[in-house]
Ligand binder design. Structure first.
Ligand SMILES: NC(=O)c1ccc[n+]([C@@H]2O[C@H](COP(=O)([O-])OP(=O)(O)OC[C@H]3O[C@@H](n4cnc5c(N)ncnc54)[C@H](O)[C@@H]3O)[C@@H](O)[C@H]2O)c1
Length: 234
């Protein structure tokens, strides 16, 4: 039985992915700044290597080596570029990009030793389309797509696949908060009318994609950016 770690597993997309992988029969642990009070949920800030390593020590002791990693922890932000503080820029890059660096490096020895691994990075469709007032976020998520491609080439020979899944417009607390603050350029309903499949995405849409990408059957798929966005970006 495989052991998976899902970052950002306390909410939205990460939570749905963790539930799906459990239902698929994996042992699943989650890392989150705000972990739910459930078994195998660990508090860790993905920007802190120390906190990640501490959590992984406990996870390995109870669930064994980690051979599946889904990086779903994320932090958005909306600010005109001219007003964007360097501290906000750094924090958004730190959580969305450096967090992936730390988590991949921390679990990689388990995958290399096993000769098998699956890494899925949840990036963002905004890396494809660009997004005004989100220069820091778009930059970080674009870099995650690039990191995914570089790692796929480097880790393929070790039996590890690395793919990115950029979501577009998924109904989660992150999206609802942005709507409440009037940051979406219209309501969710307005956006649905402009979405080819005429609905908002669900965390379960992402969970199904991850479930496939980490399966045995997906072993020939690596270095890919697999969009889940209802046709908003093609
Ligand atoms: N919802 C969307 O439409 C959408 C679109 C594009 C990309 N995404 C990406 O999908 C991922 C999941 O987003 P979501 O919509 O489920 O958001 P969410 O806010 O519901 O969940 C994000 C989770 O990440 C955790 N988190 C944030 N910073 C962290 C840190 N430093 N360390 C550990 N955990 C941290 C939060 O506590 C939260 O539980 C994110 O990477 C987000 O950028 C979402």
């Amino acid at each position: 039985m495989r052991t998976a770690v899902v970052t950002g597993g306390g909410s939205g997309i990460g939570k749905a992915i963790a539930e799906r992988l459990k239902a698929d029969g994996l042992r699943v642990a989650t890392l989150d700044l705000n972990p739910p009070a459930t078994e195998h949920s660990y508090k860790a800030d993905v920007t802190s290597r120390e906190q990640i390593d501490e959590a992984l020590t406990r996870i390995r002791a109870s669930l064994g080596p980690v051979t599946v990693l889904v990086n779903a922890a994320g932090l958005d932000g909306f600010k005109r570029f001219a007003d964007l503080s360097f501290a906000s820029w750094q924090r958004v890059i730190d959580v969305n990009l450096n967090g992936v660096f730390h988590c991949v490096q921390a679990v990689l020895p388990d995958m290399v030793e096993t000769g098998w691994g699956r890494i899925v990075n949840i990036s963002s469709s905004s890396a494809h389309s660009g997004q005004q007032y989100m220069a820091h976020y778009v930059s970080a998520k674009s870099a995650v797509n690039g990191l995914t491609k570089a790692l796929a080439l480097e880790l393929g020979p070790a039996g590890v696949t690395v793919n990115a899944v950029p979501p577009g417009f998924i109904d989660t607390p992150m999206l609802r908060k942005a709507e409440e603050r009037g940051l979406l350029g219209g309501t969710i309903e307005d956006h649905i009318q402009r979405t080819p499949v005429r609905r908002v995405g669900t965390p379960q849409d992402l969970a199904a994609t991850c479930s496939f990408l980490i399966s045995e059957e997906a072993g020939y798929i690596t270095g890919q950016i697999v969009g889940v966005n209802g046709g908003r970006n093609t």
